[in-house]
Design a protein. Sequence first.
Length: 418
Amino acid sequence: MVKVSRFNLLAFGINLALIPLMLYVMISIMSYFNIGVRDFLLISLPTFLLDYTRAIGKSVVLPIYEIVRKPPRLTYTPIISIIIPAHNEERTITACISSVLENDYKFKEIIVVDDGSTDGTYIIASKFKGQIKLLSKPKGGIKAYALNYGLDFAKGEVIVTVDADTIIARDSISKIAAYFSNPKILAASGNLRVLNVNKNLLTRLQSYEYVVAFDIGRRLQALFRTLLIIPGAKSIVRKHILESIGGFDPVLGEDFDLTLKVHKIKGRVIFVPESYAFTEVPETWRSWFKQRERWHRGQVRVLIMHRSLFFRRIFGTPAIMGAPDMVLMDILAVIIRPTWFAYFMYTQNILGVGLLLVLFYLIIELHTVLSAFSVIEFLSDLKSAYLLPLVSLFYRPIYSIIRFYAYICELLKPSMRW
Protein backbone atom coordinates (compact mmCIF):
# COMPACT_ATOMS: atom_id res chain seq x y z
CA MET A 1 0.00 0.00 0.00
CA VAL A 2 1.27 3.46 -0.93
CA LYS A 3 2.19 5.75 1.95
CA VAL A 4 -0.29 8.64 1.89
CA SER A 5 0.58 11.84 3.75
CA ARG A 6 -1.79 13.98 5.78
CA PHE A 7 -1.45 16.67 3.15
CA ASN A 8 -2.59 14.22 0.45
CA LEU A 9 -5.70 13.44 2.50
CA LEU A 10 -6.34 17.13 3.23
CA ALA A 11 -6.15 17.97 -0.48
CA PHE A 12 -8.58 15.11 -1.19
CA GLY A 13 -11.05 16.44 1.38
CA ILE A 14 -10.86 20.03 0.12
CA ASN A 15 -11.39 18.80 -3.43
CA LEU A 16 -14.65 17.08 -2.48
CA ALA A 17 -15.83 20.12 -0.50
CA LEU A 18 -15.22 22.27 -3.58
CA ILE A 19 -18.10 20.60 -5.47
CA PRO A 20 -21.03 22.16 -3.51
CA LEU A 21 -19.13 25.47 -3.37
CA MET A 22 -18.89 25.49 -7.14
CA LEU A 23 -22.64 24.91 -7.45
CA TYR A 24 -23.38 27.76 -5.03
CA VAL A 25 -21.17 30.19 -6.96
CA MET A 26 -22.73 29.25 -10.29
CA ILE A 27 -26.30 29.63 -8.98
CA SER A 28 -25.41 33.04 -7.53
CA ILE A 29 -24.06 34.27 -10.86
CA MET A 30 -27.08 32.93 -12.74
CA SER A 31 -29.38 34.76 -10.35
CA TYR A 32 -27.44 38.05 -10.54
CA PHE A 33 -27.32 38.14 -14.35
CA ASN A 34 -30.81 36.64 -14.76
CA ILE A 35 -29.59 33.59 -16.67
CA GLY A 36 -32.20 30.81 -16.72
CA VAL A 37 -31.45 27.19 -15.80
CA ARG A 38 -32.04 26.02 -19.38
CA ASP A 39 -29.71 28.64 -20.81
CA PHE A 40 -27.11 27.88 -18.15
CA LEU A 41 -27.20 24.16 -18.99
CA LEU A 42 -26.83 24.89 -22.69
CA ILE A 43 -24.00 27.38 -22.16
CA SER A 44 -22.06 25.05 -19.88
CA LEU A 45 -22.76 21.81 -21.76
CA PRO A 46 -19.25 21.39 -23.29
CA THR A 47 -17.64 22.40 -20.00
CA PHE A 48 -19.69 19.90 -18.02
CA LEU A 49 -19.35 17.02 -20.47
CA LEU A 50 -15.76 17.52 -21.57
CA ASP A 51 -14.10 19.08 -18.55
CA TYR A 52 -15.95 19.22 -15.24
CA THR A 53 -17.10 15.61 -15.08
CA ARG A 54 -13.52 14.53 -15.79
CA ALA A 55 -12.16 16.84 -13.12
CA ILE A 56 -14.57 15.36 -10.56
CA GLY A 57 -13.76 11.83 -11.66
CA LYS A 58 -10.04 12.44 -11.27
CA SER A 59 -10.49 14.05 -7.86
CA VAL A 60 -12.31 10.96 -6.55
CA VAL A 61 -10.85 7.99 -8.43
CA LEU A 62 -7.12 8.76 -8.32
CA PRO A 63 -6.72 9.46 -4.57
CA ILE A 64 -8.69 6.33 -3.66
CA TYR A 65 -6.68 4.23 -6.10
CA GLU A 66 -3.45 5.68 -4.72
CA ILE A 67 -4.43 4.65 -1.20
CA VAL A 68 -5.04 1.00 -2.17
CA ARG A 69 -2.26 0.70 -4.76
CA LYS A 70 0.64 -1.60 -3.86
CA PRO A 71 3.93 -0.74 -5.62
CA PRO A 72 5.90 -3.89 -6.52
CA ARG A 73 9.07 -4.84 -4.73
CA LEU A 74 12.42 -5.40 -6.43
CA THR A 75 12.44 -9.17 -6.99
CA TYR A 76 13.51 -9.14 -10.63
CA THR A 77 16.99 -7.97 -11.59
CA PRO A 78 17.48 -8.15 -15.36
CA ILE A 79 20.16 -6.30 -17.25
CA ILE A 80 18.72 -2.92 -18.19
CA SER A 81 20.26 -1.02 -21.09
CA ILE A 82 20.02 2.76 -20.99
CA ILE A 83 20.44 4.31 -24.45
CA ILE A 84 21.29 8.01 -24.62
CA PRO A 85 21.16 9.53 -28.13
CA ALA A 86 23.11 12.79 -28.24
CA HIS A 87 23.29 15.30 -31.08
CA ASN A 88 25.24 18.44 -30.17
CA GLU A 89 24.62 18.08 -26.44
CA GLU A 90 28.00 19.14 -25.03
CA ARG A 91 26.30 21.35 -22.44
CA THR A 92 24.17 18.60 -20.86
CA ILE A 93 25.76 15.24 -21.68
CA THR A 94 27.98 15.10 -18.55
CA ALA A 95 25.07 15.58 -16.16
CA CYS A 96 22.98 13.04 -18.04
CA ILE A 97 25.61 10.30 -18.02
CA SER A 98 26.54 11.00 -14.40
CA SER A 99 22.94 10.69 -13.25
CA VAL A 100 22.65 7.24 -14.83
CA LEU A 101 26.01 6.10 -13.43
CA GLU A 102 24.94 7.20 -9.94
CA ASN A 103 21.85 4.99 -10.05
CA ASP A 104 21.74 2.37 -7.33
CA TYR A 105 20.79 -0.42 -9.74
CA LYS A 106 23.81 -2.68 -10.40
CA PHE A 107 22.69 -4.63 -13.45
CA LYS A 108 22.76 -1.86 -16.01
CA GLU A 109 24.69 -0.86 -19.08
CA ILE A 110 24.89 2.65 -20.48
CA ILE A 111 25.06 3.20 -24.22
CA VAL A 112 25.75 6.72 -25.47
CA VAL A 113 25.25 7.28 -29.20
CA ASP A 114 26.96 10.38 -30.51
CA ASP A 115 24.58 11.18 -33.33
CA GLY A 116 26.77 13.09 -35.76
CA SER A 117 27.58 15.88 -33.32
CA THR A 118 29.61 18.81 -34.60
CA ASP A 119 30.45 20.14 -31.13
CA GLY A 120 32.36 18.56 -28.24
CA THR A 121 29.73 15.95 -27.29
CA TYR A 122 31.87 12.93 -28.25
CA ILE A 123 35.00 14.28 -26.56
CA ILE A 124 33.15 14.98 -23.32
CA ALA A 125 31.38 11.60 -23.35
CA SER A 126 34.69 9.82 -24.00
CA LYS A 127 35.79 10.84 -20.49
CA PHE A 128 33.42 8.15 -19.23
CA LYS A 129 34.97 5.35 -21.31
CA GLY A 130 35.25 2.18 -19.27
CA GLN A 131 31.95 2.99 -17.61
CA ILE A 132 29.84 3.34 -20.75
CA LYS A 133 29.64 2.06 -24.31
CA LEU A 134 30.33 5.07 -26.52
CA LEU A 135 29.18 4.77 -30.13
CA SER A 136 29.47 7.26 -32.97
CA LYS A 137 27.29 7.78 -36.03
CA PRO A 138 28.98 9.99 -38.63
CA LYS A 139 25.71 11.17 -40.18
CA GLY A 140 23.16 12.08 -37.55
CA GLY A 141 20.38 14.31 -36.43
CA ILE A 142 17.56 11.75 -36.55
CA LYS A 143 16.88 10.39 -33.08
CA ALA A 144 15.18 7.15 -34.18
CA TYR A 145 18.25 6.04 -36.16
CA ALA A 146 20.52 6.77 -33.21
CA LEU A 147 18.29 4.73 -30.90
CA ASN A 148 18.22 1.81 -33.34
CA TYR A 149 22.00 1.95 -33.63
CA GLY A 150 22.30 1.76 -29.86
CA LEU A 151 19.76 -1.05 -29.74
CA ASP A 152 22.03 -3.21 -31.92
CA PHE A 153 24.67 -3.10 -29.16
CA ALA A 154 22.32 -3.47 -26.19
CA LYS A 155 22.44 -6.63 -24.09
CA GLY A 156 19.67 -5.78 -21.65
CA GLU A 157 16.25 -7.38 -21.44
CA VAL A 158 14.72 -3.95 -20.86
CA ILE A 159 15.61 -0.83 -22.85
CA VAL A 160 15.37 2.63 -21.30
CA THR A 161 15.82 5.64 -23.56
CA VAL A 162 16.94 8.88 -21.97
CA ASP A 163 17.37 12.19 -23.79
CA ALA A 164 20.78 13.82 -23.40
CA ASP A 165 19.23 16.92 -21.81
CA THR A 166 17.61 14.78 -19.11
CA ILE A 167 18.83 13.46 -15.77
CA ILE A 168 17.26 10.62 -13.82
CA ALA A 169 16.74 10.06 -10.11
CA ARG A 170 19.16 7.77 -8.25
CA ASP A 171 16.58 5.03 -7.68
CA SER A 172 14.92 5.41 -11.07
CA ILE A 173 16.24 2.22 -12.69
CA SER A 174 15.53 -0.01 -9.69
CA LYS A 175 11.92 1.24 -9.67
CA ILE A 176 11.62 0.22 -13.32
CA ALA A 177 13.03 -3.25 -12.60
CA ALA A 178 10.49 -3.75 -9.81
CA TYR A 179 7.54 -3.07 -12.12
CA PHE A 180 8.93 -5.19 -14.95
CA SER A 181 8.91 -8.27 -12.75
CA ASN A 182 5.43 -8.65 -14.21
CA PRO A 183 6.01 -10.33 -17.62
CA LYS A 184 2.74 -8.92 -18.98
CA ILE A 185 4.16 -5.39 -18.85
CA LEU A 186 5.85 -4.61 -22.15
CA ALA A 187 6.37 -0.85 -22.00
CA ALA A 188 6.18 2.02 -19.54
CA SER A 189 6.38 5.75 -19.11
CA GLY A 190 8.58 7.33 -16.49
CA ASN A 191 7.51 10.34 -14.45
CA LEU A 192 8.88 13.58 -15.91
CA ARG A 193 9.69 16.80 -14.09
CA VAL A 194 11.11 20.07 -15.41
CA LEU A 195 14.83 20.53 -14.71
CA ASN A 196 15.19 24.22 -15.61
CA VAL A 197 12.04 25.22 -13.71
CA ASN A 198 13.45 28.43 -12.21
CA LYS A 199 14.61 30.05 -15.46
CA ASN A 200 11.56 32.21 -16.13
CA LEU A 201 7.77 32.32 -16.13
CA LEU A 202 7.46 30.02 -19.14
CA THR A 203 9.50 27.22 -17.54
CA ARG A 204 7.45 27.53 -14.33
CA LEU A 205 4.24 27.22 -16.33
CA GLN A 206 5.61 24.13 -18.03
CA SER A 207 6.66 22.68 -14.68
CA TYR A 208 3.08 23.06 -13.46
CA GLU A 209 1.84 21.49 -16.71
CA TYR A 210 4.20 18.49 -16.47
CA VAL A 211 3.18 17.59 -12.92
CA VAL A 212 -0.51 17.69 -13.85
CA ALA A 213 0.03 15.85 -17.15
CA PHE A 214 2.02 13.01 -15.59
CA ASP A 215 0.72 12.60 -12.05
CA ILE A 216 -2.89 13.10 -13.10
CA GLY A 217 -3.07 12.37 -16.83
CA ARG A 218 -0.66 9.44 -17.07
CA ARG A 219 -1.91 7.88 -13.80
CA LEU A 220 -5.51 7.93 -14.98
CA GLN A 221 -4.67 6.62 -18.45
CA ALA A 222 -2.59 3.81 -17.01
CA LEU A 223 -5.38 2.91 -14.58
CA PHE A 224 -7.85 2.49 -17.45
CA ARG A 225 -5.18 1.02 -19.76
CA THR A 226 -5.49 3.83 -22.28
CA LEU A 227 -1.95 5.25 -22.00
CA LEU A 228 -1.07 6.06 -25.61
CA ILE A 229 2.20 7.99 -25.35
CA ILE A 230 5.36 7.03 -23.47
CA PRO A 231 7.58 10.15 -23.63
CA GLY A 232 10.79 10.01 -25.60
CA ALA A 233 12.67 11.75 -22.80
CA LYS A 234 12.29 8.57 -20.76
CA SER A 235 10.64 5.56 -22.33
CA ILE A 236 10.91 1.94 -21.18
CA VAL A 237 10.32 -1.05 -23.49
CA ARG A 238 11.30 -4.71 -23.40
CA LYS A 239 14.03 -5.38 -25.94
CA HIS A 240 12.34 -8.32 -27.67
CA ILE A 241 9.28 -6.15 -28.27
CA LEU A 242 11.38 -3.42 -29.89
CA GLU A 243 13.07 -6.01 -32.09
CA SER A 244 9.76 -7.62 -33.07
CA ILE A 245 8.29 -4.29 -34.27
CA GLY A 246 11.44 -3.24 -36.11
CA GLY A 247 12.78 -0.77 -33.57
CA PHE A 248 12.07 2.95 -33.66
CA ASP A 249 10.61 4.48 -36.81
CA PRO A 250 11.88 7.89 -37.99
CA VAL A 251 8.45 9.50 -37.98
CA LEU A 252 7.18 12.73 -36.49
CA GLY A 253 5.94 11.62 -33.07
CA GLU A 254 8.09 8.50 -32.79
CA ASP A 255 7.19 7.97 -29.12
CA PHE A 256 3.46 7.97 -29.93
CA ASP A 257 4.06 5.64 -32.88
CA LEU A 258 6.02 3.20 -30.71
CA THR A 259 3.34 3.11 -28.00
CA LEU A 260 0.55 2.38 -30.48
CA LYS A 261 2.59 -0.45 -31.98
CA VAL A 262 2.94 -2.00 -28.53
CA HIS A 263 -0.82 -1.69 -28.04
CA LYS A 264 -1.44 -3.36 -31.40
CA ILE A 265 0.31 -6.50 -30.18
CA LYS A 266 -1.90 -6.29 -27.09
CA GLY A 267 0.95 -5.32 -24.82
CA ARG A 268 0.35 -3.69 -21.46
CA VAL A 269 1.70 -0.16 -21.13
CA ILE A 270 2.00 1.31 -17.64
CA PHE A 271 3.04 4.46 -15.81
CA VAL A 272 5.80 4.19 -13.19
CA PRO A 273 5.15 7.19 -10.90
CA GLU A 274 8.18 6.53 -8.67
CA SER A 275 10.68 6.54 -11.57
CA TYR A 276 11.57 10.22 -11.95
CA ALA A 277 13.45 12.00 -14.70
CA PHE A 278 14.17 15.71 -14.98
CA THR A 279 14.24 17.21 -18.44
CA GLU A 280 14.94 20.64 -19.87
CA VAL A 281 12.04 22.49 -21.48
CA PRO A 282 12.01 25.45 -23.89
CA GLU A 283 12.93 28.76 -22.28
CA THR A 284 11.57 31.06 -24.98
CA TRP A 285 8.05 31.33 -26.33
CA ARG A 286 9.33 30.83 -29.90
CA SER A 287 11.05 27.53 -29.08
CA TRP A 288 8.04 26.42 -27.02
CA PHE A 289 5.74 27.14 -29.96
CA LYS A 290 7.96 25.13 -32.34
CA GLN A 291 8.14 22.20 -29.91
CA ARG A 292 4.38 22.05 -29.38
CA GLU A 293 3.66 22.49 -33.08
CA ARG A 294 5.93 19.53 -33.81
CA TRP A 295 4.29 17.44 -31.08
CA HIS A 296 0.77 17.96 -32.36
CA ARG A 297 1.57 17.68 -36.04
CA GLY A 298 3.12 14.36 -35.09
CA GLN A 299 0.00 13.44 -33.12
CA VAL A 300 -2.21 13.91 -36.19
CA ARG A 301 0.17 12.04 -38.46
CA VAL A 302 0.51 9.04 -36.17
CA LEU A 303 -3.26 8.83 -35.62
CA ILE A 304 -3.73 8.72 -39.39
CA MET A 305 -0.99 6.10 -39.75
CA HIS A 306 -2.64 3.95 -37.09
CA ARG A 307 -6.25 4.66 -38.06
CA SER A 308 -6.99 0.92 -37.96
CA LEU A 309 -7.13 1.37 -34.15
CA PHE A 310 -10.52 3.03 -34.56
CA PHE A 311 -12.06 0.20 -36.57
CA ARG A 312 -10.74 -2.99 -34.96
CA ARG A 313 -11.91 -3.84 -31.48
CA ILE A 314 -9.30 -6.59 -31.23
CA PHE A 315 -6.89 -3.87 -30.05
CA GLY A 316 -8.92 -3.64 -26.83
CA THR A 317 -9.27 -0.68 -24.49
CA PRO A 318 -6.77 1.60 -26.30
CA ALA A 319 -8.94 1.30 -29.43
CA ILE A 320 -12.34 1.44 -27.76
CA MET A 321 -11.55 4.25 -25.29
CA GLY A 322 -8.03 5.63 -25.65
CA ALA A 323 -7.76 6.70 -29.30
CA PRO A 324 -11.35 8.03 -29.62
CA ASP A 325 -10.94 9.95 -26.37
CA MET A 326 -7.72 11.51 -27.66
CA VAL A 327 -9.44 12.64 -30.85
CA LEU A 328 -12.36 14.08 -28.88
CA MET A 329 -10.42 15.84 -26.11
CA ASP A 330 -7.23 16.84 -27.91
CA ILE A 331 -8.56 17.66 -31.37
CA LEU A 332 -12.33 18.11 -31.63
CA ALA A 333 -12.74 19.88 -28.29
CA VAL A 334 -10.30 22.57 -29.45
CA ILE A 335 -12.91 23.48 -32.08
CA ILE A 336 -16.10 22.73 -30.13
CA ARG A 337 -15.43 24.84 -27.02
CA PRO A 338 -14.69 28.27 -28.56
CA THR A 339 -17.38 27.89 -31.23
CA TRP A 340 -20.03 26.98 -28.66
CA PHE A 341 -19.06 29.70 -26.21
CA ALA A 342 -18.84 32.37 -28.91
CA TYR A 343 -22.41 31.64 -29.98
CA PHE A 344 -23.85 32.03 -26.49
CA MET A 345 -21.78 35.09 -25.70
CA TYR A 346 -23.28 36.64 -28.82
CA THR A 347 -26.89 35.68 -28.01
CA GLN A 348 -26.84 36.02 -24.21
CA ASN A 349 -25.55 38.47 -21.60
CA ILE A 350 -21.90 38.60 -22.67
CA LEU A 351 -20.65 39.71 -19.24
CA GLY A 352 -22.60 37.04 -17.38
CA VAL A 353 -21.62 34.24 -19.76
CA GLY A 354 -18.00 35.36 -19.74
CA LEU A 355 -17.85 35.45 -15.96
CA LEU A 356 -19.50 32.02 -15.73
CA LEU A 357 -16.93 30.51 -18.07
CA VAL A 358 -13.97 32.14 -16.32
CA LEU A 359 -15.12 30.86 -12.93
CA PHE A 360 -15.94 27.47 -14.36
CA TYR A 361 -12.43 26.95 -15.71
CA LEU A 362 -10.76 28.38 -12.63
CA ILE A 363 -12.69 25.90 -10.48
CA ILE A 364 -11.88 23.03 -12.85
CA GLU A 365 -8.20 23.96 -12.66
CA LEU A 366 -8.43 24.12 -8.87
CA HIS A 367 -9.95 20.61 -8.85
CA THR A 368 -7.05 19.45 -11.03
CA VAL A 369 -4.37 20.97 -8.78
CA LEU A 370 -5.96 19.56 -5.63
CA SER A 371 -6.13 16.15 -7.33
CA ALA A 372 -2.41 16.43 -8.05
CA PHE A 373 -1.69 17.43 -4.45
CA SER A 374 -3.66 14.40 -3.26
CA VAL A 375 -1.40 11.92 -5.11
CA ILE A 376 2.07 13.46 -5.57
CA GLU A 377 4.97 12.17 -3.52
CA PHE A 378 6.84 15.46 -3.15
CA LEU A 379 4.79 18.58 -2.47
CA SER A 380 7.61 20.80 -3.78
CA ASP A 381 6.89 19.45 -7.27
CA LEU A 382 3.86 21.74 -7.38
CA LYS A 383 5.52 24.85 -6.03
CA SER A 384 4.25 26.64 -9.14
CA ALA A 385 0.63 26.01 -8.11
CA TYR A 386 0.21 29.75 -7.46
CA LEU A 387 0.20 30.17 -11.25
CA LEU A 388 -3.21 28.47 -11.44
CA PRO A 389 -5.11 31.56 -12.71
CA LEU A 390 -2.47 32.23 -15.36
CA VAL A 391 -2.49 28.60 -16.47
CA SER A 392 -6.26 28.49 -16.74
CA LEU A 393 -6.88 31.87 -18.37
CA PHE A 394 -3.72 32.36 -20.45
CA TYR A 395 -1.44 29.34 -20.88
CA ARG A 396 -4.06 26.73 -21.75
CA PRO A 397 -6.01 29.01 -24.17
CA ILE A 398 -2.79 29.95 -25.99
CA TYR A 399 -1.82 26.28 -26.12
CA SER A 400 -5.24 25.43 -27.60
CA ILE A 401 -4.64 27.92 -30.40
CA ILE A 402 -1.24 26.34 -31.14
CA ARG A 403 -2.76 22.87 -31.18
CA PHE A 404 -5.52 24.02 -33.55
CA TYR A 405 -2.91 25.61 -35.82
CA ALA A 406 -0.77 22.44 -35.81
CA TYR A 407 -3.74 20.18 -36.58
CA ILE A 408 -4.93 22.31 -39.49
CA CYS A 409 -1.41 22.66 -40.93
CA GLU A 410 -0.77 18.93 -40.75
CA LEU A 411 -4.11 18.05 -42.35
CA LEU A 412 -3.72 20.60 -45.16
CA LYS A 413 0.00 20.08 -45.78
CA PRO A 414 1.53 17.01 -44.13
CA SER A 415 5.01 17.65 -42.83
CA MET A 416 7.88 15.47 -44.00
CA ARG A 417 10.41 16.56 -41.40
CA TRP A 418 11.26 14.53 -38.30
